[in-house]
Every structure is written in structure tokens, then in C-alpha cells.
Design a protein around this ligand. Structure first.
Ligand code: SAM
Length: 436
């Protein structure tokens, strides 16, 4: 079967649900393998995959009455084919319904037998003849919000406890909006204002970010990695929340800095740029292939003060005698602040995952804290919103490590709705100096 936008989207949806890889990586791989000529087709694949996963729970709710044994009893590919078709019916105005049905039936004929294509045809046509099922009959507020915005109940309940109802509702709605494309100026090479001019000359429509003085929002003009200034190291693609971390760590030129969980190096390279490439930054990550990603970024940006190492950061105190002025622990986490970029997290993560990863985060924090100079500062950050992985980890650490204190006022929790960037947590700890 010749690959089309819809068959590629279907393959991606099947692989994402069955396999371990996250949506962004699977999609990237499939788009690279099947080279679609037309950029509109590439956009359509992305839209179909993200949209279907984003609205999965709602789509299944709408489909349920048309399936005798329910959505989950279907073969994986039939389930995804029905889901992606319903997504187009209810969320995309520009594709005529008869075209959606026709394409789905053609795919079903090629992939299955006549019975299946007949069933797909029947379900989709009945769906179109019937008024949309209403969520108003769902009595429980959490389940109704979960159904309407497609989030699991447990996630909503936890957020309601942390943020209250209104913020949670907004958060769920914002998680289904596409994130902005933002880039960070490499200040070693250029100023933000000059980079803006360069990009405008290339035809990109851009504007400054509001919270980071280094960020640029790319509104249109194509894929910004195709700009010649990307290849020449003038910028890094990075979300605005992540751009706030290096200034929060605030390392001075000449300092000795550790970035303990560094790949792919978005924050490491910002730390080096912030230090005017003077001093030293050690970038550690557990996985060898990820160390290579950091190196690629360092080379592209033309930075010289960074050393990289593959290692489990929990073993660093045995491996290194150095004492650091600043440490960044941008810890592995459940990632629930970046659902806009990886909507499948909603379906892949389990309620107990945060507690499991919190144990690793705590061990990492204890280990790297041993390498901090007295008077030095350590930033703990994650791209999740969960208290268990953020405030609770820090609290437990402070209770067990009396030589550390949390610097007053130096704790930020950013929600996607705050200024349109990823959900993020960061806080600053200090090792109390010898004289105190
Ligand atoms: C949140 S990501 C870091 C993102 C990075 N700071 C950036 O801004 O580009 C967490 C990283 O921690 C790494 N990691 C997980 N466990 C680790 C460990 N025990 N030691 C070192 N790195 C670890 C993962 O491979 C992953 O690359």
C-alpha cells in the first residue's frame, strides 16, 4: 500500500499505543522514513496523530454506542482507524466527512477483509447520522472534565487537590492546545534583536518571548531548523520555561558548574552561554547515545567550556573530587508539564509512576548535593507539576540534610496557562557555608 498522510498517521497511532516510544519520537521517525513531498501532507500527519491522541478519551466516549463490544475489543488498527476518522469528523472542519469515510474504508479494505471494511463503513456512517453524544449526563464533575478534555480521572483528581478546580480545568484545556515554537538566542554569537532581524530577512515571522530575555517565538515562515542561522549555531530550539533555568542557576563567568542530568544539553549550553563560555561546565547523562546529542549541540553552538561524561549521576560522588559552585539537577520525571508536546503521556503514565520516580529523584539529589561547595547553590528542576516529584522531594531532602536550606522565595511552579510555555518546577537550595 502506498504511504499517504492517513496511512502514516495510522501507523504512528498504532506504534505509539503499542510500543514504548513517545509520540514525538515515533512521528519524527515515520516522517523521516516516508518522505512526503508536500509539506501540507506532513502537517496533516502531525495534526491527525496529535489530535487523535489528545482527544482519545472523548473520541472513545463518542464511539462507544456504535460498537457492540466496545472500543477496546477491536483490533488495534481498526480501533485507531475509527478514532482518527472520528477525530476528523468532530475536530477538523476542513475535511469533508464523505472523504474521511471513503479513505477509512479504502484503508480497511487493504488492511483487512471485506467484513472489516463493511463494519468500518457501517460504524462511520451511523456515527454521522446520529447527533453527537452529550457529556452532560455524566454526573461526576471529575469524570465529565476527564471525558471532555480527555484526561484520566486520577490525573485530574491530583491536580484539583494541588491547584483547585478552576486552574485544573484551564490546565486540561491548555494541554490540548498546540505549543508555540520558541528558540533561544546564543548570546555568544548574537543579540536577540539582531537574530530577530536575521530571521525576518529569511521570511520568518517572529516576536520576543515575554518572560525570557533570550527567547524568540517563531510564528510562521516554515521549520526554523531550516534557517541557515541554526546550522551556524545562532540559536537552540527550547521552550520558554526551560530558558528560565540557566538564569535561575545564575552561574558567573569562571565558575565550576555541574549539570547532572544534562542530555540533550538544552540547559547545559544555556549555562555555558550565560557564563560567556568562561569557566567549566561538566555535563553528565546516564546514556552514551545521549552524551553524543549533547556534544552535537555544543559543537553546533561553538562552545568550548563544556566537558561531557556518560555516568549514572548517583555515582558521581565516588567518581569526582571536584567541588562545584553551582549544580543543576534537571531530574528525570513523569513529564506531566509537557503533555502539549507528548499527549500520549496521558495514557501511558500510571498513578503510581510519580512515587516511583520520586525515589530516584531523591537519590539523585542526595548524591549530587555532596559535590556542592559550602556556600554553593543547587537548582532542582523538573518538567512535571506533581507535588510528589517536586516539593515533596525537596522537603524530604531538607529534613534529612540539615546543612542545606531552601533559598527564600526561590521556588517557581509554572503552569502551561501562565504564559503559554511548558509546565515546569524549579527551586534553589544552598549549602550553608562553614562560617555559619
Ligand atoms: C529532564 S531530562 C534532562 C533535559 C536536559 N537538562 C535539557 O535541558 O536538555 C533528564 C535526563 O536525565 C537523564 N538521566 C536519568 N537518570 C539519570 C541518572 N541516574 N544519571 C544521569 N542522568 C540520568 C536522562 O537520560 C535524561 O536525559
Amino acid at each position: 500500500m502506498k504511504a499517504t498522510a492517513r496511512t502514516i498517521a495510522l501507523d504512528a497511532l498504532i506504534q505509539i499505543e503499542q510500543g514504548g516510544a513517545y509520540s514525538n519520537l515515533t512521528l519524527q521517525k515515520l516522517l523521516q522514513k516516508n518522505k512526503l513531498e508536500d509539506s501540507r501532507d506532513r502537517h496533516l500527519v502531525t495534526e491527525l496523530v496529535y489530535g487523535t491522541i489528545q482527544h482519545q478519551r472523548y473520541i472513545d466516549f463518542l464511539l462507544q454506542p456504535f460498537l457492540k463490544k466496545g472500543v477496546d475489543a477491536l483490533d488495534q488498527w481498526v480501533k485507531q482507524l475509527l478514532r482518527v476518522s472520528v477525530y476528523q469528523f468532530v475536530k477538523l472542519d476542513r475535511i469533508p466527512s464523505h472523504a474521511v469515510v471513503h479513505e477509512a474504508v479504502e484503508i480497511a479494505k487493504k488492511k483487512g477483509h471485506r467484513g472489516i471494511s463493511g463494519m468500518v463503513n457501517g460504524v462511520l456512517r451511523s456515527f454521522l447520522r446520529t447527533p453527537l453524544r452529550s457529556t452532560e449526563t455524566i454526573k461526576d464533575d471529575v469524570t465529565r472534565l476527564g471525558m471532555e478534555t480527555s484526561h484520566p480521572d486520577w490525573m485530574i483528581k491530583r491536580w484539583v487537590k494541588q491547584f483547585g478546580w478552576e486552574k485544573t480545568k484551564q490546565l486540561c484545556e491548555d494541554n490540548n492546545r498546540p505549543p508555540q515554537v520558541t528558540i533561544r538566542t546564543n548570546t555568544i554569537k548574537d543579540s536577540r534583536a539582531e537574530l530577530i532581524e536575521k530571521l525576518q530577512e529569511e521570511g520568518f515571522e517572529v516576536k520576543e518571548t515575554t518572560d525570557s530575555p533570550y527567547g524568540i517565538i517563531v510564528q510562521s515562515g516554515g521549520h526554523v531548523v531550516q534557517s541557515k542561522w541554526f546550522e551556524q549555531g545562532y540559536f537552540t530550539i527550547q521552550d520558554e520555561s526551560s530558558m528560565l533555568v540557566a538564569p535561575f542557576v545564575d552561574p558567573k563567568p569562571g565558575m565550576v558548574v555541574l549539570d547532572a542530568c544534562a542530555a540533550p544539553g538544552g540547559k547545559t549550553t544555556h549555562l555555558a552561554e550565560y557564563m560567556k563560555d568562561e569557566g567549566s561546565v561538566l555535563a553528565v547523562d546516564m546514556h552514551p547515545h545521549k552524551e553524543k546529542l549533547i556534544r552535537t549541540n555544543i559543537n553546533r553552538l561553538g562552545l568550548t567550556c563544556i566537558e561531557t561524561q556518560t555516568m549514572d549521576a548517583r555515582k558521581l560522588p565516588d567518581a569526582r573530587q571536584t567541588e562545584y559552585d553551582r549544580i543543576l539537577l534537571d531530574a528525570p520525571c513523569s513529564g506531566l508539564g509537557v503533555i502539549r508536546r507528548k499527549p500520549d503521556l496521558k495514557w501511558k503514565k500510571k498513578e503510581t509512576d510519580s512515587a516511583d520516580i520520586a525515589a530516584i529523584q531523591y537519590d539523585l539529589l542526595v548524591a549530587v548535593s555532596k559535590l556542592l561547595k559550602p556556600g554553593g547553590q543547587l537548582v532542582y528542576s523538573t518538567c512535571t507539576l506533581e507535588e510528589i516529584e517536586n516539593q515533596d522531594v525537596v522537603q524530604k531532602f531538607l529534613e534529612n540534610e540539615p546543612s542545606f536550606r531552601q533559598i527564600e522565595g526561590e521556588q517557581k511552579l509554572i503552569l502551561p496557562q501562565d504564559f503559554g510555555s511548558d509546565g515546569f518546577y524549579m527551586t534553589k537550595l544552598e549549602r550553608i557555608g562553614d562560617e555559619q
